[in-house]
Design a protein around this ligand. Structure first.
Ligand SMILES: *[C@@H]1O[C@H](CO)[C@@H](O)[C@H](O)[C@H]1NC(C)=O
Ligand SMILES: *[C@@H]1O[C@H](CO)[C@@H](O)[C@H](O)[C@H]1NC(C)=O
Ligand SMILES: *[C@@H]1O[C@H](CO)[C@@H](O)[C@H](O)[C@H]1NC(C)=O
Length: 387
């Protein structure tokens, strides 16, 4: 804990105590005081593939048990299957104004729209539907941050789309990596989205690189400044990233090159993308729990659903219904990613124990593997234009 506190103090000093950050620093310090005395339960739980979503109220959730019930009952909400839901959809591209062009697969011609009519049913019980009014009232005065890649963004979009039945937020863009959605009108609920696909500081050093997907410098022990300085303002932070780590990268720690992933240089050790994701996840979790008062949620890897090629080549997502349990299993890098995410989550939880930190592993990988029909695939706006 001492280490984490130092990290936190260091960051607050470095980021806020110059003129530019002074006013945010004051309001954030006030916020920290508010957070310190509040003890609200974690009021929701979320499952969603790229375009299908389920937001659930789950007030009996215990923060110390990673989504399992604390009373010893065997209810693991992350094990289950997709079952037909004839009441769905709860929003469409016409009822939700914030679906980005890139993901508006309805507009861009996705033929099979059955993917919206399924719901996740955990083994042995049904989960209640998200009640937007109840959700908003339980989040009054709170700030929920989504940090990561396009999956983090989709996840957030889905929540906002579900809430449009009751309220629509105002939107602002403090920077190109930072979007703020605020619910006024008595709700006073704020949703933040941070574009940080590597979670840590990154630089594109070669737009082509060994795999033609760019070569990146990743500073594995430096949480991305797009989000890390703002952690004291969060009540909940959902961290999700993994798919950008396939890109070749040079890996730095304490400012020094320690190795790479697929750089193909004879004099640089290939530490692999597993190492990069592990260290970046570790740094991100530390930054989130380090200042106390924030509920940290780590969302596990969502497997690729492309078949017949890669996402940026000939791959396509052709399923028209979810897989049944056992039809598809986690393999290869995705299995390794999941394993290391669970390990890093557990290690962060142990390191923070006693510090009053709330953490949750959102272990949605299985639901995401099975939900392979819900991907926008070729019907994302930009992919379509390229054709
Ligand atoms: C929504 O999708 C339909 C096709 O299902 C399309 O005709 C319509 O233009 C889209 N609306 C928006 C706002 O994108
Ligand atoms: C809204 O919530 C913030 C905390 O996120 C709090 O500081 C502020 O006072 C609240 N505003 C109102 C009008 O309740
Ligand atoms: C590796 O070799 C390349 C070319 O020979 C050189 O430019 C680079 O500085 C070397 N890198 C390290 C870390 O030694």
């Amino acid at each position: 804990m001492a280490l984490l506190n130092n990290l936190c103090n260091f960051r607050v000093k470095r980021q806020y105590f110059n003129g530019k950050y002074l006013i945010p620093a004051i309001s954030i310090l006030l916020l920290v005081a508010v957070i310190a005395v509040s003890n609200a339960y974690f009021p929701f739980l979320v499952i969603m593939p790229r375009t299908r979503s389920i937001w659930l109220s789950y007030s009996s959730f215990s923060t110390s048990t990673g989504g399992r019930k604390a009373d010893g009952e065997t209810c693991d909400i992350f094990r289950g299957e997709w079952v037909p839901d004839h009441d769905a959809p709860y929003y469409t591209n016409d009822t939700c104004p914030i679906i980005h062009e890139h993901y508006d697969c309805m507009k861009y011609g996705k033929l099979d729209l059955g993917f919206v009519q399924w719901r996740w049913r955990p083994d042995g019980r049904d989960l209640p539907r998200l009640d937007p009014a109840r959700f908003l009232s339980s989040m009054r005065g709170k700030t929920l941050a989504f940090i990561g890649d396009s999956l983090a963004k989709n996840h957030m979009n889905s929540l906002i789309c579900l809430l449009t039945r009751v309220a629509e937020p105002t939107t602002s863009w403090p920077s190109s990596e930072h979007t703020v959605y605020h619910y006024g009108g008595g709700y006073n609920f704020t949703v933040l989205n941070f574009w940080a696909p590597f979670l840590v500081r990154s630089e594109l050093v070669d737009a082509d690189g060994p795999a033609h997907t760019g070569l990146w410098n990743l500073y594995l022990d430096e949480p991305d400044a797009a989000w890390a300085p703002l952690v004291p303002a969060f009540d909940y932070a959902v961290v999700s990233a993994s798919s950008w780590f396939y890109r070749p990268s040079m890996l730095y720690e304490a400012g020094r090159l320690v190795g790479c992933h697929h750089c193909l240089l004879p004099n640089v050790t290939d530490l692999t993308l597993r190492y990069a994701l592990r260290m970046a996840t570790r740094a991100a979790l530390r930054a989130v729990v380090g200042c106390g008062g924030v509920t940290a949620v780590l969302r596990t890897v969502s497997p690729s659903q492309y078949e017949g090629g890669e996402w940026n080549k000939d791959g396509n997502c052709v399923r028209t219904r979810p897989y049944r349990r056992g039809e598809k299993t986690l393999q290869g890098f995705e299995l390794d990613f999941h394993t290391l995410q669970v390990e890093e989550f557990e290690a962060a939880k142990r390191a923070a124990s006693g510090g009053g930190v709330r953490m949750m592993l959102m272990d949605t990988t299985e639901a995401m593997i099975l939900g392979a029909d819900a991907h926008p695939s070729r019907y994302r706006g930009w992919t379509r234009r390229k054709e």
